[in-house]
Design a protein around this ligand. Structure first.
Ligand code: MIC
Ligand code: SF4
Length: 658
């Protein structure tokens, strides 16, 4: 039987286990990506494990999320990251050089490689045939130390693309169509492999828009085969040597299949406040728009900004609307500036930002109260923009620019008809991506060789081994699709404490219940209860670490998002699954006791636990965990577990993780 592309790459990197759907395997990681708001913990944990040199082929540390440096704490984080990259042997991308996924795509993404990144949109280079997976920081730390990455082999879904995109429909509409069909939890534990005749009609930048936003499906990763388009793209980047021809065998068998006829697509938009609330743009046309932002790791590339520039030629941004362009990389900014497009756009009313995540997580350009903001981003979770009752829509650069011109949501096809001379801009790449690389410091150019820690950089808290008894109060009952932005927000006020867990913990779940951190601290510890897809969104391990710091011992949920569940294990919190009826019955404030010797049960492979509520009734909760995850959680988390299993020599000997 032939292999899928995913199976080929996994097979090539397999160090443990059987390549069977649902089985846990260990794979070797070639490349590692970290960014500023998750990277500080990654390096602190690298230090805590006693490792002294990066063991992967390549590691790159980016500074992209909080580049405005509102507080010295952010700047200290960046200085610490530069010192860690220099000390341990990673590339360092300076603040302002661009968003990790964009800069990585331009400089390092390579077909056939595996990558692990401490950011949920790590799968972006799947558009170039790299198998890239987002994970919690501690998993990234261990991989960077040379340890395997363990994962249950996901289902591999064949997404067959047919036809060709019509005018004004874009790659963003392909992924919005996937979200419309499958929802934000439709991709959990799945890898989407794109195949079919439609693939060759899409350029690499279009493919990376799709693989980037595959994360919003909850997917483990998304990947395209390589072809002449990949080769050409790499050669424009000056990296033709990285090209490898890879794809699935003709007789590959998939776990599932779906077809998208590209020629049926039309401009789509995700309405507030979930990326899967997708409708045709025409359904919401006429809605007045006060702010439009073109940028982010999904649609902030040169190829995304140029269409906006072309649409604005000879036109102006509507007077009631602000149009902000936040390029994904400084290279994109530099090339657009040299070509004169930046000046043209400025003259048309565009406000140019530095290359940063910024507004995507509510840092800068917070929308006005009671207003509509249209963004080319990937997430519109309620409140993420920096104001609680926000109204954020997600769309392509073409739809965004049309709205900026008209001052209201409009299908660009209708605007073109109204204006008479508005042509579909299409997709164009520069002859060569020839921006300067001064902001990327290679390991052999490192400027530091020891860690530099500011006063806000604290040690990572540890948890004790799991005991026999697990009891406590139900501290908070939540609904479905609780995001990591609800658990540990990423706005400017909170983000400066990403390297200081005791301080950051004060923000835990305050977006659901302001009194939560204090109540949790005042209690003798307890549990969280949630509905479906708990912990969707970001890879931030803080969403497990902060509750742990406040005394949370476990989470009872109907289901979990993949990365968050791994983070719960990694920090010693028990993720238990409960059914609908028990979820309905259990109430906030209830006393929860997990019956029997919990630690022993976890280690012995017990799959269900009896949970006594208020000494009055009982429910059965399931623990879906591998042997390895059971040992990790029972040891009190991965840091304690890894230390217990191995001692690392001063040569940076690799932790095998089990
Ligand atoms: C996000 O888009 O939510 C983030 C901010 O990039 C996060 C990472 C973080 O929380 O620092 C992600 O996607 O993992
Ligand atoms: Fe940055 Fe937004 Fe992309 Fe996250 S989703 S990496 S915050 S641009």
């Amino acid at each position: 039987m032939g292999q899928t592309l995913t199976e080929k790459i996994l097979d090539d990197h397999l160090v443990e286990g059987e390549l069977e759907t649902g089985e846990e395997i260990g794979i070797e990681i070639d490349q590692v990506l970290t960014q500023d708001t998750t990277g500080t913990l990654v390096w602190l944990q690298f230090e805590a494990l006693g490792l002294d040199e990066v063991q992967t082929e390549l590691a790159a540390q980016y500074c992209d999320h909080q580049t405005y440096q509102f507080d010295f704490k952010n700047t200290d984080d960046h200085r610490f990251l530069r010192s860690a990259a220099g000390t341990y042997g990673a590339h360092f991308s300076r603040p302002g050089n661009g968003i990790c996924h964009n800069v990585h795509k331009e400089n390092f993404a390579a077909p056939g490689k595996t990558m692990l990144g401490s950011d949920s949109h790590t799968p972006t280079p799947g558009g170039l045939g790299e198998l890239a997976i987002g994970a919690g920081g501690l998993d990234v730390t261990v991989a960077m130390g040379g340890g395997a990455y363990y994962i249950d082999v996901p289902e591999i879904v064949n997404v067959r693309l047919e036809g060709e995109l019509p005018d004004w429909a874009t790659a963003k509409d392909v992924i919005l169509e996937m979200l419309r069909r499958l929802s934000v939890k439709g991709g959990v534990d799945k890898i989407f492999e794109y195949t079919g005749p439609g693939v060759e009609t899409l350029s690499v930048p279009e493919r990376t828009t799709i693989t980037n936003m595959g994360t919003e499906l909850g997917a483990t990763s998304s990947i395209f085969p390589t072809d002449d388009n990949t080769k050409e793209y790499l050669s424009r980047l000056g990296r033709e040597d990285d090209h490898v021809e890879i794809g699935p065998d003709a007789d590959a068998e998939y776990d599932d299949e779906l077809t998208i006829d590209l020629s049926d697509l039309e401009p789509l938009i995700a309405t507030p406040s979930m990326p899967d609330n997708v409708v045709p743009v025409r359904e919401v046309a006429g809605e007045s728009v006060e702010q439009v932002i073109i940028g982010s790791c999904t649609n902030g590339a040169y190829e995304d900004i140029l269409p906006a520039a072309k649409m604005l030629e000879g036109r102006e941004v509507d007077m009631k609307t602000d149009l902000i362009v936040a390029p994904g990389s400084k290279q994109a900014s530099e090339i657009l500036a040299r070509q004169g497009w930046t000046a043209e756009m400025m003259a048309a009313g565009v406000n140019f930002s530095e290359a940063t995540c910024g507004a995507c997580i509510g840092i800068g350009h917070v929308p006005a109260s009671d207003s509509v903001s249209l963004r080319t981003f990937n997430r519109n979770f309620e409140g993420r923009s920096g104001i609680e009752d926000d109204s954020v829509y997600l769309c392509s650069p073409e739809v965004a620019t049309a709205a900026a011109i008209k001052g209201e949501i409009v299908d660009p096809r209708d605007l073109a008809e109204e204006l008479g001379d508005l042509e579909p801009p299409g997709l164009e790449m520069p002859e060569q991506y020839d921006g300067s690389t001064t902001d990327l410091i290679a390991p052999d150019e490192a400027v530091d060789n020891e860690l530099v820690k500011g006063p806000n950089i604290a040690d990572v808290p540890l948890k004790d081994e799991m005991g026999e008894r697990l009891v406590g109060e139900n501290l908070l009952k939540m609904g479905d699709n609780i995001t990591t932005d609800h658990i540990t927000p990423a706005n400017a006020e909170a983000l400066k404490f990403r390297s200081n867990i005791p301080e950051y913990a004060n923000f835990t779940l305050t977006r659901v219940d302001e009194s939560f951190p204090q109540r949790a601290l005042d209690s003798d510890g307890g549990f969280l209860v949630a509905g479906e897809n708990y912990g969707q969104g970001s890879s931030r391990e803080h969403a497990a670490l902060c509750p742990m710091f406040l005394g949370v011992k476990g989470v009872l949920a109907q289901s979990f998002a993949r990365i968050h569940k791994a983070n719960l294990f990694n920090f010693g919190l028990l993720p238990l699954e409960i059914d609908d009826a028990d979820y309905e019955r259990i109430e906030q404030g209830d006393q929860i006791e997990i019956v029997d010797d919990v630690a022993q049960g976890v280690r012995d492979g017990k799959e269900t636990f009896t949970v006594r509520i208020n000494d009055d009734w009982e429910l059965t909760a399931a623990l879906n965990a591998s042997e390895r995850e059971r040992e990790i959680v029972a040891d009190g988390g991965k840091l304690a577990h890894t230390r217990k299993q191995h001692s690392f020599g001063s040569d940076g000997a690799a932790p095998a993780d089990d």
